[in-house]
Design a protein around this ligand. Structure first.
Ligand SMILES: [Zn+2]
Ligand SMILES: [Zn+2]
Ligand SMILES: [Zn+2]
Ligand SMILES: [Zn+2]
Ligand SMILES: [Zn+2]
Length: 735
């Protein structure tokens, strides 16, 4: 299982110094570019151009070329060194790490690579030290909209009816002005004052009595009604509270009244009505009331996720940090908490790996053949072993698309479903644009631009097909909804319904993918301009950016947990261990199992937050026989506790962890470990005092916290270090 890390790239301002030397460099670059156009598979040309870009201090281009040179020829260790250093210089730490790793595979002891890695580590730590830690780039609440969903107006009326029938609550028209005896009015005012005092003192039964006395006299006093509603709410009498609020006419309801009503409606489990009231409260508070905004998103989270988590021991809720998954019952360590299926998926090829095994392009099922696994060994095997393989390796029956003959599926069912859901629009045989998209994907993002130059047209760390499949799925659903309604042209409602499944994924990122990749914007528009049946899709810059960051924030790498190899191995276990046949094959088995990796968007898994002391682990799993992810409890989890996974290698020290998290996910981790561990021996992990020349003593057990005095150690231990000291950590493969 690998986690994708997406780094914001620092925008390089190109320094174009007009010296004769730089002119010479430009000339060489031009010549090399011409060569590249003629021979786009020549690694040497790319490496040479990377060297020129390095001279120009254009590190981003240098990195791209060096990376591409390595893609074409893994043995170019010098390209790894050059590219890694360039990536470090322009802040692409993830890229640097991965390119150095490719180099190290060739030569573990290469001094320049090791030097480069050390520099990278220093750069990460430096960037962490200079980063302003108070700056929060990400505000979960602000990122979520409050716009109503399609069909909400009908649901709203339905919920009003339920409120009326089930609880006898409805809007009350204005009561006629009453003539009140001045003495009585005086007494009502006194009661109201007393009620208010009791409320502040926390004596809610007294408060209720006083307010009721006052309301009985001044039945049309809306301030009294609202205060009493508040007290009813606290006294857990939502029906009476709501009835009081209904006495306040809509134009006279304050933000507080709308907010209280929203909370009450949450208790009545009437989400659409609750959203309506909370939206009103937000509007009146001009979006400045955080509690209202969070309440609104809580309602929304339950609307979206309750149907998904119905049979699971978890629920999705919304906190000030965004969506989060909580246990609704105690969960034991080792239990599978839930499994999740992707809503879109594409094959994933890591920078430093070559895909040898095919998987079904639609469902991700591994189609590993005996040759994929044994490779050359298959030809030199002795006859007995060969026979064992022939008789026991499960037969896979891959099916290719009959139009393009390029895309492979595990079965006719997958082939047909894929055609309906996305491949009809994306099949490389459909148009020039779809073929181009296919070629760019095959070339890891590279292709010929409109001006004829060979360059990186797609720079995402994932396949551009993810975005294409999202749009194709939407188009397919619009078609379905439209036909179901017996319409010839799609309506707003059909679009909204088709886009609904993708609302679950948050999008966050800086910079414009559409600006960086104009060619992709163009071919996506070429593809979706005409989706058939009169359906047209306009892929605007905003649409491309939104989907791009949705994918970047939510993609998860996974692969089929039960491959043909696993089945083969299972078959072997039926042999008698003494059987010479069983023995003959053993020497050919290797624990390196090649996999068909996919990257997918998982709606529920995407709600898990990070902690450096994660209590769940994500692994390859399956849902209804189709590959997906499984989330397993790492420790015992109590009812009400948040489930957390990790996005990074949590064995790293705090400073590195936080730097990685900030660089890749743009937030400062505030998990218990990050709070109760220290950075180094030169600052006290409790009182933050700086050490002089002699470092402070560290915690003898975990060596991850340092203290100026034993008092500080005791305080820190009590406050939380005891929770994090000596916990075993996950070493996620985060590269
Ligand atoms: Zn399949
Ligand atoms: Zn096809
Ligand atoms: Zn942390
Ligand atoms: Zn201290
Ligand atoms: Zn410790």
């Amino acid at each position: 299982m690998i986690f994708l890390c997406f780094f914001q790239t620092h925008n390089m301002t190109e320094t174009s110094k007009d010296t004769p030397k730089s002119k010479e460099t430009d000339k060489v670059i031009k010549q090399l570019s011409a060569k590249i156009n003629k021979e786009p598979k020549n690694a040497g040309h790319f490496f040479k151009r990377a060297q020129q870009y390095s001279k120009k201090e254009d590190y981003e281009k240098c990195f791209n070329d060096a990376k591409h040179a390595l893609d074409l020829d893994e043995s170019l260790v010098d390209a790894a060194v050059l590219g890694g250093e360039a990536a470090t210089k322009c802040g692409k730490f993830q890229g640097a790490h991965s390119i150095f790793s490719i180099g190290l595979k060739q030569n573990k002891k290469d001094e320049n690579l090791i030097k480069g890695l050390k520099k990278l580590q220093r750069a990460i730590v430096d960037s962490y030290d200079t980063e302003d830690t108070t700056e929060q780039g990400y505000n979960a609440v602000d990122l979520c909209t409050q716009s109503p969903y399609p069909g909400d107006d009908q649901l709203l009326n339905l919920e009003k009816e339920i409120l009326d029938r089930r609880h006898d609550i409805r809007e009350v028209s204005r009561l006629p002005k009453k003539e009140i005896d001045p003495d009585l009015r005086q007494r009502a005012a006194q009661a109201a004052m007393a009620g208010h005092k009791s409320m502040i003192a926390g004596k809610f039964t007294d408060a209720l009595e006083s307010f009721t006395y006052a309301v009985d006299i001044e039945t049309d006093n809306i301030i009294l009604r609202r205060l009493r509603a508040e007290v009813f709410f606290i006294n857990q009498d939502p029906v009476s509270a709501m009835k009081d609020l209904m006495h306040i006419q809509k134009p006279e309801r304050t933000a507080d009244a709308w907010k209280l009503g929203g909370k009450l409606l949450m208790e009545f489990k009437l989400p659409v009505l609750a959203e309506f009231w909370l939206r009103k409260a937000s509007e009146l508070a001009k979006g400045k009331d955080e509690e209202t905004a969070i309440c609104f998103q809580k309602v929304r989270a339950h609307r979206l996720y309750d149907p998904l988590t119905k049979d699971m021991p978890v629920t999705v809720d919304f906190t000030m940090y965004g969506k989060a998954v909580f246990a609704v019952k105690d969960i034991k360590a080792g239990d599978i908490v839930f499994s999740d299926a992707p809503i879109v998926t594409t094959p994933y090829i890591a920078d430093d790996k070559k895909q040898v095994v095919k998987g079904c392009n639609h469902c991700g099922t591994s189609l590993m053949t005996a040759r994929d696994y044994f490779q050359g060994k298959l030809d030199n095997m002795d006859a007995t072993a060969k026979e064992v393989v022939e008789n026991n390796w499960p037969v896979t029956k891959p099916v290719v698309c009959s139009e393009c003959k390029l895309v492979t599926y595990c079965s006719n069912i997958c082939k047909n479903t894929a055609w309906e859901r996305h491949h009809e629009l994306l099949c490389p045989s459909r148009s020039k644009a779809t073929k181009k998209l296919y070629d760019i994907d095959q070339n890891k993002g590279w292709g010929t631009d409109v001006d004829g130059t060979w360059k990186e047209l797609w720079s995402g760390h994932f396949s551009a097909y993810i975005l294409a499949k999202i749009w194709a799925n939407i188009a397919a659903d619009v078609k379905l909804w439209m036909k179901q309604d017996g319409k010839d042209v799609p309506e707003m409602m059909h679009w909204a319904k088709a886009k609904a499944p993708f609302r679950k994924f948050i999008a966050f990122g800086v910079g414009s993918a559409a600006n960086d990749m104009p060619y992709i914007l163009k071919i996506m528009n070429d593809i979706f301009r005409d989706c058939g049946d009169g359906i047209k899709m306009d892929i605007t810059e905003q649409e491309l950016n939104g989907r791009y960051y949705q994918a970047a924030c939510n993609l998860q790498i996974y692969s089929d947990p039960v491959t043909p190899y696993h089945k083969f191995y299972d078959n072997l276990s039926n042999f008698n261990p003494e059987d010479p046949k069983a023995l003959s094959i053993l020497k050919y088995l290797d624990d390196k199992i090649p996999s068909a990796s996919f990257s997918g968007m998982f709606p529920l898994h995407a709600c898990l937050n990070h902690s450096c002391m994660n209590n769940v682990e994500v692994s390859d799993g399956e849902v209804n026989g189709v590959p997906g992810v499984s989330v397993r409890a790492k420790t015992d989890i109590k009812e009400g506790e948040e489930l957390t996974t990790t996005y990074i290698d949590t064995t790293m020290p705090r400073r590195l962890r936080r730097a990685w998290m900030y660089k890749s996910f743009n937030f400062w981790c505030q998990c218990p470990r990050c709070q109760f561990e220290g950075d180094d021996a030169y600052s006290c992990s409790n009182c933050k005092k700086r050490a002089g020349d002699t470092p402070f003593k560290g915690c003898g057990k975990c060596h991850r916290a340092w203290y100026c005095s034993s008092d500080c150690q005791k305080i820190n231990w009590k406050e939380g270090h005891k929770l994090v000291c000596g916990v075993a950590h996950s070493k996620a493969d985060y590269s």
